[in-house]
Design a protein around this ligand. Structure first.
Ligand code: E4P
Length: 224
């Protein structure tokens, strides 16, 4: 499974990249706003900075909601860097724009997916990635992981090449469960990726190993 980081924060992206496990980045207008980025020039420069930190797969979301504007804005985003994946909302205009970009060889990520039917539509339009939001479904007491399983089954039934990008992934267990269900990618904040590192027995075991080593070293010095 590929790991994407869900942020526009350069420090967090750099930290995940340094860990050596990062395959890409997803952003959205809220995440860009959180970094204080607005205006065409600032957006372009920020995406350039993100692309310079990672090897590929930087999802850049359009703000436009009608087809013509989505095509215009998405084309500008795609021209920033070949690593850019144009992120489009799952609306009728978004699906039309997805078809436009896939026909023109530009990678897309269909976002705000909450049903298997929406995912199927995105795949039919040639989306590179489809982003089901599992955390937001759980926020309204709905099983987000079931959605991943349903989409996996449908895509496998017809060998659809669209990748399942599990989104709104908020903790380490979400990542593990998405992996168990066969999601192709999980995008999450740095805290969830780092959360995968943690287990108290790892910390206790390491402390014990180092203490035993220290004692043995001290003993061998005494014996000299
Ligand atoms: C995905 O592409 C979105 O940017 C993101 O995963 C949304 O996550 P949230 O529901 O935690 O805001």
């Amino acid at each position: 499974m590929q790991f994407f980081i869900d942020t526009a924060n350069l420090k967090d992206i750099g930290e995940a990249q340094q860990l050596g496990v990062l395959d890409g980045v997803t952003t959205n207008p809220t995440l860009m706003a959180r970094e204080g980025i607005s205006g065409e020039d600032a957006v372009r420069n920020h995406y350039k900075a993100i692309c310079n930190l990672v090897t590929d797969n930087v999802s850049a979301e359009v703000i436009s909601t009608d087809y013509e504007e989505m095509v215009r804005e998405g084309t500008l985003l795609a021209n920033i860097d070949p690593k850019i994946v144009v992120k489009l909302p799952l609306t009728a205009d978004g699906i039309k724009a997805t078809r436009y970009f896939s026909t023109n060889g530009i990678r897309t990520n269909c976002t705000l997916v909450f049903t298997a039917g929406q995912a199927l539509l995105a795949a039919k339009a040639g989306a590179t990635y489809v982003s089901p939001f599992i955390g937001r479904l759980e926020d309204i007491s709905t099983d987000g992981l079931n959605l991943i399983a349903d989409i996996r089954k449908i895509f496998d039934n017809y060998q659809l090449p669209t990748k399942i990008l599990a989104a709104s992934v908020r903790n380490a267990m979400h990542i593990v469960n998405c992996a168990k269900l066969g999601a192709d990618v999980a995008t999450s904040p740095l805290s969830a990726i780092v959360g995968l590192l943690k287990h108290p027995l790892t910390d206790a075991g390491l402390a014990q190993f180092l203490e035993d080593h220290r004692k043995a070293a001290a003993k061998s010095v005494e014996q000299q």
